[in-house]
Design a protein around this ligand. Structure first.
Ligand code: COA
Length: 323
């Protein structure tokens, strides 16, 4: 059996925060944020709202929009770096609240590449023949871990969740995959309350997000431009055959740079950064869902999605949209 994506759902918290909000917190302004990042708004989770709640919102939306049943889901994967707590996992909380009595459940940690990794793992479980229906989430409450004293990062993050259903089918729609990591760049983007050093470098242990924006920006552009043709080839296609490219929405300028350097048309990219900010593992499903709602993505379209982020780590898949 092969893995087929059969449904997508998303959720964002109600509260919308515009750029002016940050003008009272740090020295910044709307013009800088829009021109340097492309972000206009983001959503903040309420105090009582955690990552598991966002997952449940995305699952509810998936069920409502796709007319599917989740009862026989046999595995739940939640990609997140902002779990409600370390233990129990978010996936077990979601399994319980959704009443998925026969489902295995794990959380995975691959930052902004987490959703892509989740899809690749789901594909593997189905191809191995051990599972038939896997629910993959990319969900984050980053704003609970944001350092509001750092103007270069606090303006970036937003909260949200995406959910995808992957089922066993005679003919799948995942065409190819790439994965990779550069652990030596771990110190460039981290969140920690435990270790005093990463790769011999002192780190701050306040459990807030710390980022060397320029270093991550350069790594992302260099790495992902090199990986795009490789993923196309593994998908049995050329880059020009893809109808849509969905890179992780970290910064609009990264997406523009990826297109400039590879010649891929910018108008064929989908993004969630402008209205949701950087939502880490949720950014790709949010961008895809936005593209579908806006009538851009059609059944049969070839889509390349690539996540990249803290680790440093990346992963991507090529797929044919079949919903
Ligand atoms: N408002 C106004 N000025 C700001 C600012 C803000 N919010 N944040 C930073 N600045 C200033 C800096 O202090 C610096 O001033 P200086 O030149 O006087 O020292 C100047 O703007 C440029 O700073 P820099 O850090 O070089 O900005 P940048 O153009 O690289 O943008 C990021 C910063 C974080 C937006 C950008 O580097 C980025 O998006 N990086 C990648 C993030 C990413 O991919 N993460 C991985 C996935 S999660």
């Amino acid at each position: 059996m092969q893995a087929k994506i059969t449904a997508l759902g998303t959720y964002v918290p109600e509260r919308i925060i515009d750029n002016h909000y940050f003008e009272n917190i740090v020295e910044t302004n709307d013009e800088w944020i829009v021109s340097r990042t492309g972000i206009r708004t983001r959503h903040f989770a309420a105090e009582y709202e955690y990552t598991s709640h966002l997952c449940l919102g995305a699952a509810k939306n998936l069920v409502e929009e796709n007319n599917v049943m989740l009862d026989d889901v046999d595995f739940v994967i939640v990609a997140t770096v902002t779990p409600d707590q370390t233990m129990p996992s978010v996936s077990t909380q979601v399994q319980d609240k959704l009443g998925l009595r026969h489902a295995g459940a794990i959380d995975i940690s691959a930052a902004c590449a987490g959703f892509s990794y989740g899809l690749i793992l789901a594909q593997g479980l189905i191809a191995a023949g051990t599972h038939r229906k896997v629910l993959v989430f990319g969900a984050e409450t980053l704003t609970k871990f944001t350092n509001y004293e750092d103007r270069s990062s606090c303006i970036l993050f937003g909260d949200g969740a995406g959910a995808m259903l992957i089922e066993a089918a005679p003919k799948g729609n995942i065409l190819g995959a790439i994965t990779g990591s550069s652990g030596d760049g771990g110190k460039e983007l981290y969140m920690s309350n435990m270790r005093k050093q990463i790769n011999g470098q002192d780190i701050i242990t306040d459990n807030k997000i710390h980022q060397n924006g320029r270093a991550v920006f350069k790594w992302a552009v260099n790495t992902i431009t090199a990986q795009m043709p490789i993923l196309a080839e593994r998908s049995g296609l050329s880059l020009a055959d893809f109808d849509w490219f969905i890179p992780h929405s970290a910064n609009l300028r990264i997406i523009e740079a990826l297109c400039t350097q590879t010649g891929f048309p910018l108008e064929k990219t989908l993004e969630s950064i402008s209205i949701y900010g950087n939502t880490s593992s949720a950014s790709i499903p949010l961008a895809l869902h936005r593209g579908i709602r806006e009538g851009k993505v059609k059944k049969g379209d070839k889509i390349m999605l690539i996540g990249f982020g803290g680790g440093l780590v990346y992963a991507g898949i090529g797929l044919e949209w079949a919903v």
